[in-house]
Write a protein that binds this ligand. Structure first.
Ligand SMILES: Cc1cc2nc3c(=O)[nH]c(=O)nc-3n(C[C@H](O)[C@H](O)[C@H](O)COP(=O)(O)O)c2cc1C
Length: 350
């Protein structure tokens, strides 16, 4: 028998209660200066209480001068450790595990929040890249000190590490630009530094674009060499997939994964038990969910108890349209469907 959604599973050093993962979702719940809020901590705890096996937090920036928006939390030595620890402890008490997604905004840094322009790969001196490696490693260590189970490095969606990997966005001519190996160099150094400071019992995952680098298989080989515990497969164009309710990047992953000995997590377009199980049946051991959990943080528990078979999320992406300016919520809670249909067209029988 193949993988089953609701069986316990090992993911790197972690024992998960099931094969479901909450994909990182920027909650837009920090203070304006990037400090954590009680609402941020409660959002993570609510997901664990709702039955998710592994919660991955929304991306937190390792560089407070390069935030993605004014609701994005900063992870550095100024963080409210009591609140941070509370999130980890209460997720564990609810039977879940939790990783922090760590990120640098790159070309998506919001100048109006940061008071300085966003940074492209070629804007960094080599000394600044050395410093950035230290910032990522220290962020991971802060997570470990607070009791988190690991980190996920954000290499996807057009943020800095995705910019480095993308030949169209990386115009450097030194050892950090050019070949895939060179474009991967910064990421590789970050993984090495995280392992050195956090050890091998601390999970180290990556979220990767299936498209963007031009060579997914080559990228996966480099992740394997770098010793990551698992790769979550997404894509740079995930936000263009409104209303697509089948796994967006399934074919890309299937075409690239042969010969790679790493656990994969597939995200994007998973809204029902049947769809999630079909991914597991194809030999992919973990499935991740975002918008269905914005709609209902208790969705996974309801699936497990047989109370629902499919999410009532409309996959309209209205949550995505608001998330850089307002706390993330499902707009179907407050906006009548008729109004949404005026904006986005018919929703069919959903
Ligand atoms: C409001 C919102 C915020 C998101 N924030 C993040 C984030 O912080 N980090 C990340 O890697 N992906 C982020 N994503 C992408 C999701 O993790 C996921 O890859 C994508 O929504 C596809 O999954 P789904 O079809 O289950 O929604 C975000 C998506 C949405 C809609």
């Amino acid at each position: 028998m193949g993988y089953q959604l609701f069986e316990s599973a090992k993911l790197g050093p972690l024992e998960l209660r099931n094969r479901t993962i909450r994909s990182a979702t920027n909650e837009h719940l920090s203070e304006p200066d990037g400090q954590l809020t009680a609402d941020w901590a409660n959002a993570q705890i609510e997901l664990a209480k709702g039955g998710v096996g592994l919660v991955i937090t929304g991306h937190m920036t390792v560089d407070r001068t390069q935030r993605a928006d004014e609701g994005q939390p900063v992870i550095d030595r100024g963080i409210d450790m009591a609140l941070f620890k509370k999130a980890a402890d209460e997720v564990h008490a609810a039977g879940g595990k939790i990783l922090v997604q760590i990120s640098h905004s790159g070309i998506k840094g919001m100048a109006s929040v940061n008071g300085r322009p966003a940074m492209k790969p070629e804007d960094f001196t080599v000394e600044e890249l050395d410093k950035l490696v230290e910032l990522f490693a220290d962020a991971a260590l802060i997570c470990k000190e607070a009791g988190f189970d690991g980190v996920q490095v954000h290499n996807a969606h057009g943020y800095l590490l995705s910019n480095f990997l993308n030949p169209n966005e990386n115009h450097r001519t030194d050892e950090y630009g050019g070949s895939l190996e060179n474009r991967f160099r910064l990421t590789g150094r970050i993984f090495k530094a995280i392992r050195e400071v956090c050890g091998s019992d601390f999970a180290m995952l990556v979220k990767a674009d299936s498209n963007g680098s031009g060579d997914l298989h080559g990228q996966l080989e480099l992740y394997q060499q770098a010793g990551v515990d698992a790769v979550e497969i997404s894509g740079v164009d995930f936000n263009a997939k409104a209303k697509v309710r089948t796994p967006f990047y399934f074919n890309e992953l299937m075409a690239a994964k042969d010969g790679i000995d790493l656990p994969f997590i597939l995200v994007g377009g998973m809204f029902s038990r049947q769809t999630a199980q079909s991914v597991l049946d194809a030999g992919i051991p973990f499935v991740a969910f975002c918008r269905s959990l914005i709609h209902d943080p208790g969705f996974i528990g309801k699936l497990e108890r047989g109370e629902v078979e499919e999410s009532k999320c409309l996959s309209c992406n209205a949550c995505y349209k608001i998330y850089r300016s307002k706390p993330v919520r499902c707009v179907t809670h407050t906006v009548p469907i008729a109004q949404l249909e005026k904006l986005y067209g018919p929703y069919g029988k959903n």
